[in-house]
Design a protein around this ligand. Sequence first.
Ligand SMILES: N[C@@H](CCC(=O)N[C@@H](CS)C(=O)NCC(=O)O)C(=O)O
Length: 385
Amino acid sequence: MANPIVLYGAPMSLFTGKVRSYLRKQGIPFDERMPGSPRCKEQVFPEIKRRVVPVVELPDGRFIQDSVDIIDHFEAQPARRFSVYPSDPAQRLTALILDLFGSEGLFKVAMHFRWSFPEENNAFLEREFGDHIVPGADQATVLSIAEAGMEPMRKYLPLMGVSADSAPLIEAQYNDVLALLDEHFSAYPYLLGGLPTVADYGLFAPLYAHCGRDPYPSALMKSKAQRVYRWLERMQAPDRDMPEFGEYEESLFGDDAIPDTVCRLMALVAEDFLPELQQTVAVINHHLDAMPADVAGQCVTAKPHIKMLDAMRYRFRGEMLDGMVVPYRLTMLQRITDFYGQLPQGDQTRVAAFFRPLGLEPILTLTANRRVERKDHIEVWGEAN
Ligand SMILES: N[C@@H](CCC(=O)N[C@@H](CS)C(=O)NCC(=O)O)C(=O)O
């Protein structure tokens, strides 16, 4: 029998959840191992050049890092159950935008609700973080090592603008997202109908690993947004898991439809996240101005494990917050601008008219002066735009 696919990750990891739920829904068998397992420490991390999960090891021994690359690898297999990329242009762009927003734009929500409520969360997190470093160890060892995994994560909070001042804004964003999604999932099983797309996988990442599991935010979700909680369960089920929808068809909305709840969520993305993306592009362009012309192929930051190029200030819900300039985000933004750029003129006009009133037309053409590509598991500068 062929070696099984191995997923290196952990239950509390935001990006592992995205991949795990994708593999389950596609009926792809896999075995999960934690970052502290010997093979992960000794083979996987040296090969991918940093300590990061998720990583998938294929039966032939190849490694794939990055949740997007992993999903795209399986997406390209002829035996997959269904595609997670809608073919209609407006639905495709909607899915790509919500994937970016979920994967990168709800970071503040995820980190605030994990780390700002230690009284409620810490007993849970200590075991989670201890286990992922020393899987299989006795409980005393697990608990004694936990802080070594937790402390580096807490250090991100000030860098990403999470503070006592911004807490009410971040909490309001969580409430708004939950309310919108609860309304949506009261009517539909997934964002774009009866099957999950990358929109669902992107949003699932923070809403599951942090908000759906950690004690404090998950209690809020269960009490305020039961339908969102049910969607989290559905996203991980290998079967349909939509009994509350009766005979709901397992297909995307017909006639290229995008319901009002999704439109309102995208208007929230425009308001809450577009300024952060625009500032990211502006600061990256500023750095590029000072770089030599032959920078293509070089790592985008000082070292592969450093994800931040610079610090920035950006507008969030009427206030100026500190933020991290993360070049990786351009790779997810390029999926949107590349798809829009290759559309025939007529489709471009049609989708631009759709996104304009939502405030999202600028994202369709928001490009930095140079591309960011992924090569040998890390982000490198690509060609000039
Ligand atoms: N873009 C990557 C992000 C992976 C990532 O940030 N993983 C987190 C866990 S959810 C991690 O391993 N962080 C370790 C660190 O940043 O030091 C992906 O989509 O896979």
